[in-house]
Design a protein. Structure first.
Length: 173
């Protein structure tokens, strides 16, 4: 469940950004070891299993730690399939990821920062999205901010559940 900042462990938090661009800031506490959280959430090819919204994740290029990939969503209510190319660079030393859309679609730009912080009860995973919608996009910045905040809460809860289940599973290696 999502709510305003100051949430309870395991919940997503969100804030709005006053200004000319869209901004979201969401986090969730995952009760699992840092290495597992990092590994599962940065394995782009597995994202269709981790995120309920993605039908496919295709890696197009790898340069060092940087991965360029195409995400394809499940069809929306009107049967449209959305797809775009993004680039992300994880930094294991700082437990951060910088990402942006290469094919921006309805966005003028979309920049995402993922942060992972060890807390007493688990790992706090935080996503900060800064973006601006094109004038002819189906939503403006405020509308997209509201959509992303709703959807991020759903996705973060799903990810938290799947990673915690993996952490609790017996080691089968």
């Amino acid at each position: 469940m999502a709510h305003q900042s100051g949430g309870t462990p395991g919940s997503a938090t969100r804030t709005a950004h006053p200004g000319g661009s869209g901004h979201t800031d969401n986090s969730v506490l995952i009760k699992a070891p840092m290495d597992l959280v990092w590994e599962m959430t940065n394995d782009v090819p597995s994202w269709p299993r981790l995120f309920s919204e993605y039908a496919a994740a295709e890696v197009l290029d790898r340069r060092g730690d940087t991965v360029v990939f195409r995400l394809t969503m499940h069809p929306d209510e009107e049967g449209r399939v959305w797809s775009w190319v993004s680039q992300r660079t994880p930094d294991p030393a700082t437990r951060t990821v910088r990402a942006h859309r290469v094919e921006t679609g309805p966005f003028e730009f979309m920049h995402i920062t993922w942060e992972y912080a060890q807390e007493e009860d688990g790992v706090r995973m935080r996503w900060v999205q800064d973006f601006h919608m094109k004038p002819d996009a189906p939503a403006d910045d405020a509308g997209m901010t509201a959509h992303l905040n709703r959807n991020t809460a759903v996705q973060m809860d799903r990810i938290r559940t799947l990673v915690e289940q993996a952490a609790a599973a017996p080691d089968t290696r």
